[in-house]
Design a protein around this ligand. Sequence first.
Ligand SMILES: Nc1ncnc2c1ncn2[C@@H]1O[C@H](COP(=O)(O)OP(=O)(O)OP(=O)(O)O)[C@@H](O)[C@H]1O
Ligand SMILES: [Mg+2]
Length: 294
Amino acid sequence: MVSYIQTEDLVKVYKLGNVEVQALRGLSIKIDQGEMVAVMGPSGSGKTTLLNIVGGLTHATAGRTWVAEREITNATPAELGVLRQRVVGHIFQTLNLIPTLTAYENVELPMLALKKTGAERKKRTTELLDTVGLALRMNHKPDELSGGEKQRVAIASALANDPPVLICDEPTGDLDTETGAKIVQFLHTVNKEMGKTVIVVTHDPAIARQTDRIFRIMDGRIISVQRPSDAEAVNAALMVQMYRDRLNETNKEIADLEILFREQRVSPENFAERWHNLTETRGFLERELHRMGF
Ligand SMILES: Nc1ncnc2c1ncn2[C@@H]1O[C@H](COP(=O)(O)OP(=O)(O)OP(=O)(O)O)[C@@H](O)[C@H]1O
Ligand SMILES: [Mg+2]
């Protein structure tokens, strides 16, 4: 049986001219309905790519994907459009608010696509702005809002059509701790009280700890899935071992790649791209191990 949200061996290759970037290399996840999960991993590890596939913005190169128990692997552009409008609310890393529209208009926008009546739109928009505490800011444009306020408009807009799934890319990235905590509090409300399934990408361990499960992704693959309670001291030793193993593997991959390059079995562009990704992963692992006292 498939899970509510599931991916199976996802591969995503981006091609830019001669350069091939393997953003995902066999990534599988299973998320239950009503769960709130965190996705953590170093920069460039494939987090946004994963959300873009689940959110119906792009197809994987290989592998299968189910969202709200429906398979979207071979969905047509029109079917993906429906998914984006009705099934998945997406809060982008870059927020994607329309700068020339007010907070009110940004929240109302997704409803226009569904041809809701004016009265319905007004009721829902007002309600949502109220829920995120922005009733008094509804006539402000994004540039006239603080970072945390913009983030809340983006959340309200993602919830406009009442999608059962909310995906959220770094919702507290640029925010101070206190504002970030409020946003996370609100995501918990969305999960617990509105009953939505929530996936949140975050670099912040304090946020990850408040979710049901933490998926750690590295170099396009899931390297561990933990309940936050396990992620504490009990498993610190395991984490260290896992990071060390991964560090050894990464060092070996870098060495192998350098051999391939010398033997001219990989193009300079692909060598540079892959080398950059691997050294990024290595740096992350070294910093984490250092942080854990090793
Ligand atoms: N449209 C694209 N074209 C080519 N390469 C891309 C594209 N989008 C992402 N990539 C590459 O794919 C890899 C994964 O990128 P992704 O944005 O998924 O990482 P991320 O984990 O979200 O990183 P961050 O924490 O910095 O947001 C990176 O090496 C990135 O450079
Ligand atoms: Mg990203």
